[in-house]
Write a protein that binds this ligand. Structure first.
Ligand code: GLN
Length: 481
C-alpha cells in the first residue's frame, strides 16, 4: 500500500482502472495518512467526513474519485470557508466555486481544506489564524506560502493533488520550497468564481501535483470560459496532456533572464541548480539565449502597491454586517465596524489594508498607484518583446530554499522580497510553472520556473515535462512519510 503515498494521479487512475484498488480503499488510505502525519505538519485545517466526500463527487469521469485538498479560500458548498482568518472562522459557503463544481463533476473527491496565510497574504503560511504549517523536508522550516498547506500535503504524500491560489507566487513558491510541481495559469484561463478575492486583477487558481503530467491533467479539467466570471477568456477546453511525450519542440529557444541570476541575495546553490538546468535543456536540443527584463527589478515594488490597494478595497466587505465574525459588545454601528475589523483581522492583513488605503488616498495615488500601473504595463511589454526572441523563459522561483519558521519576524521586508521572481508573471498575466530542479547541501528542494506567453500553457507543460522526464528530481520525497 505504501506505493500509493507518492503515486501520481496518472498512476492512481491506472490502479483504479485495473481494479487493484477501489475508490473507497483509496479514500481510506489518504484519510489515514492525514490522521497519521498531519498532527506535526499542520497542512490541513479540516479533513471531511468520508460520507460527505463520497456523496459530493460523481466518482466517475477522468478523476475517478481521486482525492484532492483545497486551499481554504476556494468555496466548497456547505463547508467552512475561513481563508485562515478569525473573520470567517464560522462562515460556510453557500455554493461551489466553478473549479470545485467542475472537478466534482469529473470525479474529483474533495478530501478537505488546506491551511494558508490569512486571506492568502504571505509567503510562509505563518499568518494563518489557526496554525502554522511546517515543511515536510525539515519541520523547522516553512513550506512557503500562501498556499503552504496544499504544498506540504502533496509533498508529504498525504494527497496526490491540491489546489491553491497564486496572486504573486503563492502556488509556485511553496511548490518550489516543498519539491513539487506548481502552476499558475494565464490570467483569465481559470475561473475565479468562488475564489475569495485578494487582488482580483492578479489572482488565479493553480494546481499542485507530483508531476507535470498531473498538473496539465488537472488544469485541463478546470480551465475555460465561465459565465460566472466575466474576466475568463473565450478559450475552448482541451486536453493539455496530449503533447507530453518527454521531448522538446524542435528548435526550441529558451531565454534565461540574466538579471535574475545576479540579483542581490541570490543563493549560489539556486544559481547553480539553474545553470545545470540550462545544460540539461541544451542536451535535450534547446538553444539558450540571454535576455534581460530590466523592469523585473521594479516588479516587487509595483506588486506591493497594487496588491495592497486591491486588498484594501476587497476586504472592505468584512465589516460584521454580512459575512462572518461580528463584535457584539460595540454600542454604535461605527464602533461595531471598527471593533469587528480590529478583532477579526490579523496583523498582516491589517497592515496591508492600511498600506492599501494609503496608496489609494487622494494626493498619494499618483505617486504610488498610477506609477505601479505604469510599471505593470512596462513589465507586460518587456515580456511581449522577449517572447519575440525566445519561446519560453527560465527563471528562479525563489532566491533561496525554504527559510526557518520565524526567520523574518523582525525583518518583514525580506518576506515581501520572496515575491521577486514570481510576481512579474502575475503582473504580466502570463502562465508559469515551478518544477523541482535540485537539492541544496542541507537537503532542501530547489525549484525553477518556466514562463510562457499568454495562453501558451501547452508549450509550457511540454517544456517542463521534457525536463522532468530527463532529470531525477521528480522521484524525490521527504524521509519519514
Ligand atoms: N507572497 C505574496 C503576498 O503575500 C503572494 C501571495 C499570493 O500569491 N497569494 O502577497
Amino acid at each position: 500500500m505504501n506505493s500509493l503515498s507518492f503515486a501520481t494521479v496518472k498512476q492512481l487512475r491506472e490502479q483504479l482502472k485495473n481494479k487493484t484498488i477501489s475508490i473507497e480503499e483509496l479514500l481510506d488510505f489518504f484519510i489515514n495518512r492525514f490522521a497519521a502525519y498531519d498532527g506535526e505538519l499542520g497542512a490541513a485545517l479540516e479533513i471531511f467526513d468520508k460520507e460527505w466526500i463520497l456523496k459530493n463527487s460523481t466518482l466517475s469521469g477522468p478523476l475517478q474519485g481521486i482525492p484532492g485538498l483545497i486551499k481554504n479560500n476556494i468555496a466548497i458548498e456547505e463547508q467552512l470557508l475561513t481563508c485562515g482568518s478569525r473573520m470567517l472562522k464560522d462562515f460556510r459557503s453557500p455554493y461551489d466555486a466553478t473549479v470545485i463544481a467542475r472537478l466534482k463533476a469529473q470525479g474529483g473527491a474533495i478530501i478537505g481544506r488546506a491551511n494558508l496565510d490569512e486571506f492568502a497574504m504571505g509567503s510562509s503560511t505563518e499568518t494563518s489564524y489557526f496554525q502554522k504549517t511546517k515543511n515536510p523536508w525539515d519541520l523547522s522550516r516553512v513550506p512557503g506560502g500562501s498556499s503552504g498547506g496544499s504544498a506540504a500535503a502533496v509533498a508529504a504524500g498525504l494527497v496526490p493533488w491540491a489546489l491553491g491560489s497564486d496572486t504573486g507566487g503563492s502556488v509556485r513558491q511553496p511548490a518550489a520550497f516543498c519539491g513539487i510541481v506548481g502552476m499558475k495559469p494565464t490570467y483569465g484561463h481559470v475561473s475565479r468564481y468562488g475564489l475569495v478575492h485578494y487582488a482580483s486583477s492578479l489572482d488565479q487558481i493553480g494546481v499542485f501535483s507530483r508531476s507535470v503530467y498531473d498538473s496539465a491533467f488537472i488544469f485541463s479539467l478546470m480551465a475555460g470560459k465561465d459565465e460566472h466570471d466575466s474576466s475568463t477568456l473565450q478559450v475552448k477546453s482541451k486536453d493539455y496532456t496530449q503533447k507530453l511525450d518527454g521531448t522538446l519542440p524542435k528548435g526550441l529557444k529558451i531565454g534565461i533572464v540574466d538579471n535574475t541570476l545576479c540579483a542581490e541575495g541570490m543563493d549560489p546553490e539556486v544559481v547553480l541548480a539553474i545553470e545545470n538546468g540550462m545544460k540539461e535543456f541544451e542536451k535535450l536540443g534547446a538553444t539558450i539565449h540571454h535576455v534581460t527584463l530590466p523592469a523585473i527589478d521594479y516588479s516587487a515594488a509595483a506588486y506591493f502597491v497594487l496588491s495592497r490597494a486591491e486588498a484594501a478595497s476587497n476586504l472592505a466587505r468584512f465589516d460584521g454586517v454580512r459575512y462572518g465574525f461580528r463584535n457584539k459588545q460595540a454600542s454604535t454601528l461605527r464602533a461595531m465596524y471598527d471593533e469587528t475589523r480590529h478583532d477579526g483581522f490579523g496583523a498582516e492583513v491589517k497592515k496591508r489594508i492600511i498600506v492599501g488605503n494609503y496608496v489609494l488616498s487622494s494626493g498619494h495615488s499618483g505617486e504610488f498607484y498610477d506609477n505601479a500601473q505604469k510599471v505593470k504595463r512596462l513589465i507586460r511589454s518587456q515580456f511581449v518583446e522577449a517572447f519575440k526572441e525566445v519561446d519560453v523563459l527560465l527563471m528562479p522561483t525563489h532566491p533561496a530554499p525554504a527559510f526557518k519558521l520565524g526567520a523574518f519576524d523582525l525583518d518583514p521586508l525580506q518576506i515581501d522580497l520572496q515575491d521577486y521572481f514570481t510576481c512579474p508573471m502575475n503582473l504580466a498575466g502570463i502562465p508559469a510553472i515551478s518544477i523541482p530542479c535540485g537539492m541544496s547541501k542541507d537537503g532542501m528542494p530547489i525549484g525553477f520556473q518556466i514562463a510562457a506567453p499568454h495562453l501558451a500553457e501547452e508549450l509550457m507543460f511540454k517544456v517542463a515535462d521534457a525536463y522532468e522526464q530527463a532529470t531525477p528530481w521528480q522521484g524525490m520525497h521527504p524521509k519519514g512519510y
